[in-house]
Design a protein around this ligand. Structure first.
Ligand code: UD1
Ligand code: MG
Length: 480
């Protein structure tokens, strides 16, 4: 069979009133991303020609989010076009798909999904598409012990779909059917273009039901096929915040199991948060309470200790992140050691073998190979040469109240403890700075900079002070 030109239509116009929120339902997060992001990501694996999101409630916010998602995922999308179409005055799922019609002229099939069903796996969507073969329509269904609320799938003698009856319209006998419509379907585009116009609102809810397509197909002698999902958790729609938390936990466990299967040690799976775009190299160890968020990637043989939180951070091989390291938008090179309690902010770039110790904060800081800042420092807007050593308590004074300025250190520079480097300032290769110095001028290569008041030692001062205090106390007692 020739490759199917495919459109994905994602229904996302519903209000989601049970979320009790001013945020549109599909933008509520499941494992750190809006639930619709999970649906969009799954569809990209199917190489569609276009993705159309039907929006309504909270349309502006959803449109903006989808447009931004398309920009950030341009590489994944290739030539696939992504657009949003407003469903004006929503009147049901069939009505929603009618708005996608103008975009379906040039495709062979449409895959219709819901924006609030975030756990669907790519394999399940592939099975749904495969179930249609050359037929008019295939449907995703599942067997639920409590099917109430769902549309029931009524099969004919050959196991094809005769029709779907919505819960509100079902007879008592039909309500006993446990095979429910998950809502997702693959439809031949030519059939869809004809059949959408034949829907009516002659039903209990006065809506245009997408599910009536199945009865129309049967009437046309083209009864639909059904793919029954083995894991009904995948079909779960999210309607409440409690379901959002449940979906998050299901997805979280799924992601963690995949990493373990791929050779990552996860010491406390139940206490670990790893978002779905995170990549981790083999033989890495993730300890309890760790959060790996966004597009974080870890190399091989990385040890991430308890309580580390990383977002959009790229970590090389053989790195040791000690407890409670926090990093966002950082690059952490091979064989580095960071933490405990380090804060690597946006634009931090640690090259190979760097050491950043406890209570060190970095921002837009490039530390070349083997540089060390072991304790209590702020390093912002700076470049630190290979093998340089930053003493405890060193601060780059990068901000003059209006502008940020850079501090540049050559290779092998030694900064004594408790020094301030007032930017803009440059220190040449091998320069030394004496402890407690405030550096306000450039330091040439190989020079020592030292700026501190000369020390005086006053002999006998302590005994003298004590004698004076004793005399004052004695005078007070006498005067009583
Ligand atoms: C629908 C199905 C039902 C199925 C159930 C599975 C129909 C008629 N019924 O029922 O058979 O068992 O889903 O969860 O299709 N939406 C729009 N525009 C609208 C109405 C809905 O975009 O006018 C979107 C919603 O945002 C949601 C999806 O379509 O993402 C499903 O809508 P919902 O109202 O939840 O349908 P159900 O009544 O649950
Ligand atoms: Mg629903």
């Amino acid at each position: 069979m020739a490759k199917q030109r495919r459109a994905v239509v994602i229904l996302a116009a519903g209000q989601g009133s049970r979320m009790k929120s001013s945020t549109p339902k599909v933008l509520h997060e499941v494992l750190g991303s809006p639930m619709i992001a999970h649906v969009l990501k799954a569809t990209t694996a199917l190489a569609p020609e276009r993705i159309v999101v039907i929006t309504g409630h909270g349309r502006a916010a959803v449109d903006d989010w989808v447009a931004q998602w398309a920009i950030e995922n341009a590489a994944l999308l290739g030539s696939c076009a992504v657009s949003c179409i407003e469903q004006v005055a929503p009147r049901g799922t069939g009505h929603a798909v009618q708005f996608a019609l103008p975009t379906l002229a040039e495709v062979d099939e449409a895959l219709i999904l819901y924006g609030d069903v975030p756990l669907l796996r790519v394999q399940t969507l592939e099975a749904l598409l495969a179930a249609r073969k050359t037929g008019a329509i295939s449907l995703l269904a599942g067997n639920l012990s409590d099917p109430s609320g769902y549309g029931r799938v009524l099969l004919d003698a050959e196991g094809r779909v005769a029709r779907i009856v919505e819960h509100a319209d079902a007879t008592a006998a039909e309500r006993d059917v446990q095979l429910v419509n998950a809502g997702m379907m693959a439809v031949d585009a030519a059939f869809l273009r004809g059949a959408l116009g034949r829907l009516d609102d002659n039903n209990a809810q006065g809506e245009l039901y997408l599910t009536d397509l199945l009865e129309i197909a049967t009437q046309d002698g083209l009864p639909g096929a059904v793919h029954i999902a083995s894991d009904t958790a995948e079909l779960q729609g999210v309607n409440t915040r409690a379901q959002c938390a449940e979906a998050t936990d299901t997805l979280r466990r799924r992601v963690i199991e995949a990493h373990m299967a791929a050779g990552v040690a996860i010491e406390r799976p139940e206490l670990t948060w790893i978002e779905s775009d995170v990549a981790i190299g083999q033989d890495s160890i993730i300890r309890g309470g760790v959060e790996l968020r966004g597009r974080t990637t870890l190399g091989a043989f990385v040890e991430v200790d308890r309580g580390c939180v990383l977002r959009d951070t790229v970590v090389g091989d053989r790195v040791h992140l000690k407890p409670y390291t926090v990093a966002e938008g950082a690059l952490i090179g091979d064989a580095t050691a960071v933490g405990p309690f380090a804060h690597l902010r946006l634009g931090t770039d640690l090259r190979a073998g760097v050491k950043v110790g406890n209570f060190v904060e970095t921002k837009k800081a490039l530390l070349h190979d083997g540089a060390k800042a072991s304790h209590l420092s702020y390093l912002g807007d700076c470049e630190i040469g290979a093998g340089s050593n930053i003493g405890a308590g060193t601060i780059t004074c990068n901000y003059d109240g209006v502008n940020k300025h850079r501090t540049v250190l050559g290779a092998g520079v030694f900064i004594g403890s408790d020094s301030q480097l007032v930017a803009p300032v440059t220190l040449g290769d091998g320069a030394y700075v004496g402890a407690g110095t405030t550096v306000v001028k450039d330091v040439p290569a190989g020079a020592l900079a030292v700026a501190r008041a000369p020390q005086r030692n006053i002999e006998g001062w302590v005994a003298h002070k004590k004698a004076r205090q004793a005399a004052v106390l004695a005078a007070r007692v006498d005067s009583k």
